[in-house]
Design a protein around this ligand. Structure first.
Ligand code: HEC
Length: 106
């Protein structure tokens, strides 16, 4: 019983930190498969995304909710589109943390 309680406590703590840790969310949701910090891979680098969305956190969140248009590399929008299903399902505070992490990659 004691063991169970400890496990539950640990889980609560880690869930709480994930919700506000944009970097962890970015890794956890599989975004790193196509987005690196500074290198262009399948998708644009975080640096490029941060430059395009500088001062436009609200627009970035809109894009992640599927309400915005691609402005970084519209010719490859078809590759990014299915990923929106993942971000659309995320909570507002998670999306905010995710957006802030991406924008911090200057
Ligand atoms: C299968 C590869 C792939 C994965 C996985 C992926 N992306 Fe992308 N992403 C792309 C490509 C390609 C583009 C360029 C097209 C575009 O600009 O929309 C892009 C563009 C973007 C953009 C720029 C949007 C714009 O205005 O042009 C953002 C923001 C973004 N991705 C966030 C994410 C996040 C957050 C995740 C994780 C949930 C993620 N991506 C996962 C391939 C991917």
């Amino acid at each position: 019983m004691k063991k169970l309680l400890v496990a539950a406590a640990v889980m609560t703590v880690s869930t709480a930190s994930f919700a506000t840790d944009g970097k962890a969310l970015f890794q956890q949701k599989g975004c790193t498969a196509c987005h690196q910090a500074a290198a262009e891979t399948v998708g644009p680098s975080l640096k490029k995304i941060a430059a395009a969305y500088a001062g436009k956190e609200a627009d970035l969140i809109k894009f992640l909710k599927g309400e915005g248009k691609a402005i970084v590399d519209p010719s490859k929008e078809a590759i990014m589109k299915p990923q929106i299903n993942t971000t659309k399902a995320m909570k507002d505070d998670e999306l905010k943390a995710l957006a802030q992490y991406m924008l911090s990659n200057k």
